[in-house]
Design a protein around this ligand. Structure first.
Ligand code: FES
Length: 130
């Protein structure tokens, strides 16, 4: 996400970055994104820092036209369901073989099953079937 944000900034786009954590003690890369020039929102589950709740709770606080997200699958599913725009999801799938043979990392899409290790890790929101 940091590289994506850096490339957007270089193209004259100022991204809003939402970073989600359980507690304030876990927060990382906030300063680095701010140093790039991003608008940064932090959410913490316990409410110690930023918006109380999950990253999806911050989506209602911003206007956006596209999203990029990465993180554990429950979070990806929550963003997928909450987002009002197109976007890209980067999966952190458990890998069996890691080279496309076992199908252990499959994700159902409208183009058939895609292997996160070989066809991903980034998939478009519109192609995913959950
Ligand atoms: S890990 Fe085996 S197909 Fe992806």
């Amino acid at each position: 996400m940091y590289l994506t944000a850096r490339r957007l900034i270089a193209r004259g786009v100022t991204p809003t970055v939402i970073l989600g954590f359980n507690t304030a003690d876990e927060v990382f890369y906030k300063d680095e994104f701010e140093a790039l020039g991003c608008t940064v929102l932090v959410t913490t589950v316990d409410g110690d820092l930023g918006i109380k709740g999950f990253v999806t709770d911050a989506l209602g606080h911003i206007d956006y036209t596209y999203f990029y997200t990465c993180g554990p699958e429950p979070m990806l599913r929550a963003v997928y369901n909450a987002a009002s725009t197109s976007g890209q999801l980067s999966f952190e799938e458990r890998m069996g073989c890691g080279f496309g043979a076992c199908m252990g990392c499959s994700c159902k899409t409208k183009y058939g099953n895609k292997r996160i290790c070989r066809d991903g890790p980034v998939l478009e929101k519109e192609e995913i079937i959950w």
